[in-house]
Design a protein around this ligand. Structure first.
Ligand SMILES: Nc1nc2c([nH]c(=O)n2[C@H]2C[C@H](O)[C@@H](COP(=O)(O)OP(=O)(O)OP(=O)(O)O)O2)c(=O)[nH]1
Length: 134
């Protein structure tokens, strides 16, 4: 008998600044190496989604964010990992970004987002964001 893995909840930040969006490339040592994503990470214990996202962004980029709006989740399965990816539109409250986990970041205008090689779970979120905010 095979057991169904539980769903991991992951928050991610679509950070907007001066008409551009922050895109982050996963490092070679992470799962999904060199794929592009929105920074964020797994919800721990009973923390709420916004607390999780602010904590992860501080850990990964060293900045404070303001959360503007939650967007629809995307449910995705990577082999044995079931994921709910939960995006939020955000703005920066502090501006000195440190690359603490990612290999690079890019600030892209919305019409260039599709040029990147996104992690599979992000593709529907990128499409939704482009459709809704272009
Ligand atoms: N943060 C983030 N994770 C994503 C995105 N798209 C996507 O498929 N993922 C996947 C990659 C991982 O399987 C999972 C989150 O892992 P993570 O490594 O970023 O989370 P974390 O910081 O909490 O990880 P860790 O403490 O276990 O190292 O979600 C995305 O846009 N942002």
């Amino acid at each position: 008998m095979t057991s169904t893995p539980s769903v991991i909840r992951v928050t991610c930040a679509i950070v907007e600044n001066e008409g551009k969006v922050l895109c982050a490339q996963r490092s070679e040592s992470m799962m999904h190496p060199l794929k592009w994503e929105f920074p964020g990470g797994k919800v721990e214990g009973d923390e709420d989604l916004e607390t999780c996202l602010k904590r992860e962004i501080k850990e990964e980029l060293g900045v404070e964010i303001a959360i503007l709006e939650q967007l629809p989740s995307n449910f995705h399965i990577y082999s044995n990992l079931r994921l709910e990816l939960i995006p939020f539109r955000c703005s920066l409250q502090t501006f000195e970004i440190d690359l603490l986990e990612h290999s690079q970041i890019l600030w892209l205008p919305i019409n260039e987002l599709k040029d990147l090689d996104w992690a599979e779970a992000d593709v529907p979120i990128v499409d939704y964001y482009i459709r809704t905010y272009k």
